[in-house]
Design a protein around this ligand. Sequence first.
Ligand SMILES: *Cc1c(COP(=O)(O)O)cnc(C)c1O
Length: 383
Amino acid sequence: MSWPHRIEQALTDRRSSGQYRQRHLSQQADARSLRVAGQDYLNFSANDYLGLSHDTRIISAWQEGAARYGVGAGGSAHVTGYRAPQAALESELADWLGYDRGLLFISGFAANQAVITAMMAKNDRIFADKLCHASLLEAASLNPATLRRFAHNQPSALAQLLTLPASGETLVITEGIFSMDGDRAPLAELHQLSQAQGGWLLVDDAHGVGVCGEQGRGSCWQQGVKPELLIVTFGKAFGVSGAAVLCNEETAEYLLQFARHLIYSTAMPPAQVCALQAALGCIRQGDGLREQLSANIHYFRQQAAGLSWSLAPSDSAIQPLMVGDEQAALTLSQRLRERGCWVSAIRPPTVPPGTSRLRITLSAAHRTEDINRLLEALHAANR
Ligand SMILES: *Cc1c(COP(=O)(O)O)cnc(C)c1O
């Protein structure tokens, strides 16, 4: 074997298994539309659930932040990168979500890696929902704690794992709204179970924060649950990028000592933090956007009822159309594209084999005529 040979072999295997991934260069993209190779499409693949990525208030905040603070943080927050906007946003997030502290991370992927790696040690156990995001499962499998996955959204399966004898600490991990399925975790039950064993619950609410709960506080608020560790991300409903962990005072101090992604990585640019402050304002006052999104979801589900593929049971912005076969999912995605609708096919290894799907995402930015066009394309492909 040699490096070139190994790489070539891996690429060949990917191609022959139909799992080869490709990027598409888009000339324009927002929550509603997309231009690829000179063609215009309606965009049903973005996570920009409230259409904030192009909001002029947020764009101005970023521009003004850059004029005032420059374009980069200049160092890690532990050196010179900790600036006033970051301190203000961290405390506003903590206030808003009802925690002692919030700590900013560059991305959700980094936050999950950092928190899980910093918290877990040998002899500890991680019990994670089987369908958790790659960033959670990867962090969980790469550290010395034992990882066991429990059946998706089944507290009884978690309860069984919790009865196993253990000498270390226990962390239970789930998502608020699952990224590829759009369904919600039974957070109260999961929390009760983990608490009864002295375990902590980590909820990654990447797809819930901003879109559900009072003032957009997310899945946990909506279900009246306060997990010990809450991860929120800003690349979805916030329309920007970045993430935060919410936790108690002591845990925040612990993470500042031991979370290597905070210590050894350049802090988020203060200008971006200014944009996030503006986005948070839009989200807190975003009941109108959330109502529009709900209306779009309701309308789409109602009108899609006659299709031969079934929609996964989801009342969130993520509406998976279950196709099953990988090739069939790709073909359907292609047929929708021919009719001007961009919807990604999601295939293994992102989802389990035999559950390939079109992951349709709706946004408050979609108009009824957009959804009608998608429905027409789906009905045409169904014939
Ligand atoms: C998107 C996503 C992440 C990663 O967040 P980024 O900020 O994009 O790195 C983490 N967890 C879940 C559940 C996600 O959907």
